[in-house]
Write a protein that binds this ligand. Structure first.
Ligand SMILES: NC(=O)c1ccc[n+]([C@@H]2O[C@H](COP(=O)([O-])OP(=O)(O)OC[C@H]3O[C@@H](n4cnc5c(N)ncnc54)[C@H](OP(=O)(O)O)[C@@H]3O)[C@@H](O)[C@H]2O)c1
Length: 273
C-alpha cells in the first residue's frame, strides 16, 4: 500500500476545516485516501479544499455546521457514518480565542469560547464514540488542544484547553475496552486565522511582514496570501498548519493498540498565545 492510500476506504470528520489547522488536517487525511467530511461555517473555503482533495484522487464532503449547536454536531457525525457505513477518525478542531483581562472581558466572548472549544468538542467525542460502536469501526478521536493547556495562567482560552485535556484523558480511560484511541494534539503558535479576535494592533506586524496590503478587521479572516507570503524569519515563531496535520496523520495511522496519547507541535521560538 502506498502512503497515498494509507487511509483508503476510511471515513474522517474534521471540524473547523474551513481554515488554518483544520483545513490542513482535512487535506492531509484526504490526500492519504480518507473520505473527509469537512465542517465549518465558510462554504467557499471548504469547496476549495474539496477541489484540492479531489484533484489528489480523494473524496470530500463539505458540511456547513456550527459546533456550538450540539444537534448540528450529532447530525454531522451521523451523516458521515450513515453515508459511508463507518467512522474511523473524528478530529475536534474548531476553536476560538478572545484574549482579554477577566476583569474587562465581554462575557459573550467567554460563552463563544466555552461553547466552541468545550461543548462542541464534547458533543463531537460522544457522537464519534456512538458512531464507531454502532458501525463496528476501530477509530481515533483527535482533540486539538494547545500549549496553553500546559500553562497554569493562560486565561479563559487556556482554561478551555485545560478542559480539553481533562476531557480527553477521561474519555481515553473510559474507552480502554473499546478499539477507540483518544489523541491530544497541543500546537504552539501556528500561522492561521486564530488571531481574528485579537486586537488588530497585535496582528498588524505579522500581516505587514507578508507585504500583503489588507485592512485588519476584528472578527474577520485574512486572505490566504498573508500566510503564503510570510517571510522565513517569521516561520521561526509561527509554525505551519501542515506540521500539525502531519502529527495527526502519524497518530491515526498507528496500530489500534498503540495509543499516541499526546503530541506537542511548536515552532523553534515560543510566542505567548
Ligand atoms: N493557531 C494557533 O496558534 C493555535 C495554537 C494552539 C491551538 N490552536 C487551536 O487550533 C484549532 C484551530 O484553530 P486555527 O489556528 O486553525 O484557527 P482558525 O484559522 O481561526 O480556524 C478556526 C476554525 O474553527 C472554525 N470554527 C470556529 N467557530 C466555529 C463554530 N462555532 N462552528 C464551526 N466551526 C467553527 C472556523 O470556521 P470559519 O473560519 O468558517 O468561521 C475555522 O475553520 C483551535 O482549536 C485552536 O484553539 C491554534
Amino acid at each position: 500500500m502506498t502512503s497515498a492510500q494509507i487511509l483508503g476506504g476510511k471515513t474522517a470528520v474534521v471540524t473547523g476545516a474551513s481554515s488554518g489547522i483544520g483545513r490542513a488536517i482535512a487535506e492531509k487525511l484526504g490526500s492519504a485516501g480518507a473520505h473527509v467530511y469537512l465542517a465549518g461555517r465558510t462554504p467557499d473555503a471548504m469547496e476549495a479544499s474539496k477541489a484540492r482533495i479531489e484533484d489528489n484522487s480523494g473524496k470530500a464532503t463539505p458540511v456547513v455546521a456550527n459546533v456550538r449547536d450540539v444537534a448540528q454536531v450529532m447530525d454531522l457525525v451521523d451523516r458521515a457514518a450513515n453515508e459511508t457505513g463507518r467512522l474511523d477518525i473524528k478530529v475536534n478542531n474548531a476553536g476560538v480565542s478572545h484574549p482579554s483581562p477577566i476583569t474587562e472581558a465581554d462575557p459573550e466572548g467567554w460563552r463563544e469560547m466555552l461553547e466552541t472549544n468545550i461543548l462542541g468538542l464534547l458533543a463531537g467525542c460522544q457522537a464519534a464514540v456512538r458512531a464507531m460502536r454502532r458501525t463496528g469501526t476501530q477509530g481515533h478521536i483527535v482533540n486539538i488542544s494547545s500549549v496553553a493547556a500546559t500553562l497554569p495562567d493562560s486565561g479563559v482560552y487556556g482554561a478551555t484547553k485545560h478542559a480539553v485535556n481533562c476531557i480527553s484523558n477521561t474519555l481515553r480511560a473510559e474507552l480502554e475496552g473499546d478499539p477507540i484511541r483518544v489523541v491530544i494534539i497541543m500546537p504552539g503558535a501556528i500561522a492561521t486565522n486564530f488571531g481574528r479576535n485579537f486586537d488588530p494592533a497585535v496582528v498588524a506586524p505579522f500581516v505587514g511582514a507578508s507585504g500583503v496590503e489588507v485592512e485588519i478587521k476584528r472578527g474577520e479572516r485574512l486572505p490566504d496570501a498573508v500566510f503564503e507570503k510570510m517571510p522565513d524569519a517569521l516561520r521561526k515563531s509561527l509554525g505551519s498548519p501542515d506540521d500539525v496535520a502531519s502529527a495527526v496523520l502519524y497518530a491515526v495511522t498507528q496500530p489500534i493498540d498503540v495509543n499516541v496519547a499526546q503530541i506537542i507541535v511548536r515552532p523553534p521560538r515560543q510566542l505567548a498565545i
